[in-house]
Design a protein around this ligand. Sequence first.
Ligand code: ASP
Length: 336
Amino acid sequence: MSPPETGPTAPEPQLAPGLIQVLGKTFPFPRRHFLSVLDLNPVEVADLLDLADGFVVLNRQTSKKLDLLKGRTLMNLFFENSTRTQSSFELAGKRLGADVVNMSPRASSISKGETLIDTAVTLNAMQPDLLVVRHASSGAASLLSQKVSCSVINAGDGQHEHPTQALLDALSMRRAFGRIAGLRVAICGDVLHSRVARSNVGLLQMMGAEVRLVGPPTLIPAEADRWGSEVFHDLRKGIAGCDVVMMLRLQLERMDGVLAPSQREYFRFFGLDREKLACAAPHVRVMHPGPMNRGVEIDSEVADDLAVSLIQDQVEMGVAARMAVLAALSARLDND
Ligand code: ASP
């Protein structure tokens, strides 16, 4: 008798050895929430980056799914618009096996007068395990974390912080240069309104990079001299010799008065084009958290040049870095 036919079986997802080790030792993440880079220490950041490296390997395979978050529910609660962050948290949750629900309360309860806390407490009653929050007010995620029983992840609170963006940026840099310590990074443009800048300054300095801030005086926060970064008001001088030039979006929606000249004028002085970029180190890599205002803070010729631009890598690393955060928090959930 011939043996029963067996169909082809899907290959098991392969993970980088680093990831198995980190998961195997039960990632020692001591917090329930992920709110600010300032809550982290360099060892935790390095562990999260190692984990994320493993998830990059997984995400490049045909079969990308694990069951680390099987049975768990992740809610994306975005009070502000988002393309990259929301979709990458959704993918990250799904690839780890969670059920994912997306909420954009602008369109529903908030327009009916429900407050941030009412909305969160209502959602909390549906027993999510992880709540990913973006809100226009600084401190919103931290406030919510005191009102709900699940883990809260800050996906951007006003001008304050965007910790997973800083983590994915650090991952992109570490993969491009093999290290973060000793890199000279210029963060350029609308620093005043940027939560990305605040989180990056905190995390990059913690990991040993030298961070410079570059922008017109009206777009550099008054307290920036206490951030431990040198401030420049001339783009060419600010990026001179830099390994990484990180451009920021001009956040017109957060500007009350006239803080920037016309967009044409802004591009002339603070827009990154090839000519200005020549002042940076020869091996410079360019970053931007997106969404980009092409022709305002960055020229398309630079943004789309894959020999210098890490912007697409940042999008890819966003999914892996967020998987690492969810995995770390889930190890903690398992111990609760
Ligand atoms: N996407 C980033 C943020 O949410 C950067 C930006 O919007 O300019 O802060």
